[in-house]
Design a protein around this ligand. Structure first.
Ligand SMILES: Cc1cc2nc3c(=O)[nH]c(=O)nc-3n(C[C@H](O)[C@H](O)[C@H](O)COP(=O)(O)OP(=O)(O)OC[C@H]3O[C@@H](n4cnc5c(N)ncnc54)[C@H](O)[C@@H]3O)c2cc1C
Length: 383
């Protein structure tokens, strides 16, 4: 599919960078569950992770469509943008709701790659998707807040300087409305005490962690926007997250489809290429159709986003369709490769594990469906 604006130079540049990080690089890291430092450094140096930071703050000031193209190409090249995708979108909360001082202090340093804002602390073990039930508290004490509680699945916390953290500042029963009483903090993890980060080993190499706060003091100026308004600020950043992760899924699907089509054309069994059999062709064609349909929704969501329109429904649908398309393509790719689909050196099993995440995170299928049912179709709220 051609882009409506010419993104070819950006796509070519991402592909060229990714060519230096072939399958062997990712396989070696995967075995050790090690972080792709060199890859992330290269993306940062090239300015790709600062794509959405406006030029006035030293970023490239690109559109959401261009940012999505960057993430898509990373995945379509066989690399894994999950190691750093949050650097691209987490800063949006700071950009939209931070004070002029906060923006001037952090955004240029993030754009230059001197500060890493990769950690996003929302999910907790007991509340799960029910964000308003989170239990981490921040209590004002003079010119500081004292934070106690726990987060889970705080990805890349070990590879970040800053963490965007959501905590409760007003007890739930005292909050003036259901969605009030949560506050966003930009925590400088290098400067605090009482913070413990523990890695969680997962089915793929994702550098995710659980994080504990024990009387962790953060200065009052770490608050982003107004106290108690944090839930709204976090929600406002989620459309960008969904669109970019949807674009990653499109890239994954393209990678799986390309691999499968190539293999089906060259693997000869019973005296002919397996791809000559409709039983092998059709699943590849079906995966392609699913990917293309999802790609259209990702583009629509990105266009709505960058033109300042409401894109909640489209961002959710894009994430859902793209995550389903990449997972269907992953399954098809394994099947097309037969036994070799399970061999590490083909990278398929690694990408298969990596792309599985996206029907669960950053938001799970059922929650997308209930959003559409309630907010688009007007059905009664189910939870
Ligand atoms: C590898 C990884 C990285 C992550 N990175 C981050 C991160 O950096 N920062 C962060 O804050 N979070 C992160 N997450 C958390 C992620 O966003 C959540 O796992 C995801 O939103 C699902 O929440 P949960 O795991 O608490 O599931 P739960 O909320 O416990 O839900 C479990 C299942 O029940 C379903 N369910 C729950 N309630 C309902 C309902 N009312 N109706 C129908 N079905 C329902 C859900 O759809 C889901 O399938 C990450 C997760 C993973 C696995």
């Amino acid at each position: 599919m051609t882009d409506s604006v010419d993104l070819a130079p950006i796509r070519d540049a991402v592909r060229a960078l990714c060519a230096d990080f072939p399958g062997e690089y990712w396989r070696a890291l995967d075995r050790e569950r090690a972080y792709p430092d060199k890859f992330v450094a290269a993306l940062t140096k090239a300015g790709f992770l600062a794509a959405l930071i406006p030029e006035e703050f030293g970023g490239s000031g690109l559109t959401m469509t261009a940012a999505a193209a960057i993430m898509e190409e990373i995945q379509a090249s066989g690399c894994n943008g999950a190691a750093c995708h949050a650097q691209m979108y987490t800063m949006g909360t700071l950009l939209r709701h931070g004070s002029p001082d906060q923006k001037a202090r952090y955004l240029p340093a993030i754009a230059r790659g001197e500060l890493r804002l990769q950690a996003f602390g929302v999910t907790e073990p007991t509340s799960g998707t029910d964000t308003l039930a989170l239990r981490t508290t921040a209590v004002r004490d003079g010119d500081a807040y004292v934070i106690n509680g726990q987060k889970i699945w705080t990805s890349r916390a070990e590879h970040s300087d800053l963490m965007l953290l959501l905590a409760r500042t007003t007890p739930r029963e005292q909050a003036e409305k259901r969605t009030a009483g949560l506050t966003v903090f930009l925590v400088d993890m290098r400067a605090v005490q009482g913070l413990t980060v523990r890695p969680i080993r997962t089915m793929m190499n994702h550098a995710t962690t659980e994080v504990f706060f024990e009387n962790m003091r953060v200065p009052a100026e770490a608050v982003i926007g107004r106290e108690g308004e944090g839930f709204r600020y976090i929600l406002s950043g989620m459309n960008a997250e969904r669109i970019l992760i949807a674009a990653e899924c499109i890239g994954d699907a393209k990678w799986f489809i390309g691999k499968a089509a190539a293999y089906a054309g060259e693997r000869v069994v019973f005296g002919r290429p397996i791809g000559q059999n409709q039983g092998v062709q059709f699943p590849i064609a079906r995966a392609y159709i699913g990917m293309r349909a999802a790609e259209l929704m990702v583009r629509e969501a990105a266009t709505l986003y960058e033109t300042g329109n409401d894109c909640g429904a489209e961002a959710n649908m894009a994430k859902q369709l793209a995550a389903e398309a990449s997972w269907a393509a992953a399954d098809m790719c394994v099947q097309t490769h037969g036994g070799f689909g399970f061999a590490e050196e083909f990278d398929i099993e690694r990408k298969f594990r990596e792309t599985r995440l996206y029907t669960v995170a950053p938001i799970s299928t059922n929650l997308v469906l209930s959003y559409i049912a309630e907010h688009v179709l007007g059905l009664p709220r189910s939870y």
